[in-house]
Design a protein around this ligand. Structure first.
Ligand SMILES: [Zn+2]
Length: 127
């Protein structure tokens, strides 16, 4: 099984510090396989984006609207990055249950259930 670029043993994406770059032919082969898998995934996501955009165009949405939303999202992302650089991270604030307003435990799962009232919460998948 490939180690993966974002796995714990990888050269990239490891928060534990610097590791030596891959030097053996086995390492290089593994990274080549990983890059091929990521390329396939990007191509699939590209196709999905194109399909979603086709749906939206059929619903009457225009390229101007798309550009406007992309610009808005880009501006928001830049503001978030700047806030993070300034130590103002919104993601660090505890999320409140929309039903009973008690701070929720951060489980990093997409769908969660409030342990106090049982309300099901779907997190933002883009965080
Ligand atoms: Zn609750």
């Amino acid at each position: 099984m490939a180690r993966g670029l974002f796995g714990t043993n990888s050269f990239l994406g490891n928060n534990s510090g610097y590791q030596t770059p891959p030097t053996s032919s086995a390492d290089i082969r593994e990274y080549g396989e990983e890059i091929a898998a990521l390329r396939t995934k990007v191509e699939r996501l590209d196709l999905i984006c194109e399909a979603l955009w086709t749906f939206l165009q059929r619903e009457g949405h225009t390229e101007e609207e798309l550009v406007e939303i992309l610009s808005e999202l880009d501006t928001n992302n830049k503001a978030k990055k700047q806030a993070a650089l300034n130590g103002e991270n919104e993601d660090d604030k505890p999320q409140l249950c929309p039903n009973c307003h008690v701070p929720l435990q951060n489980t990093d799962s997409l769908v969660d259930r409030c342990i106090y009232c049982g309300h099901e919460i779907v997190s933002n998948p883009f965080k």
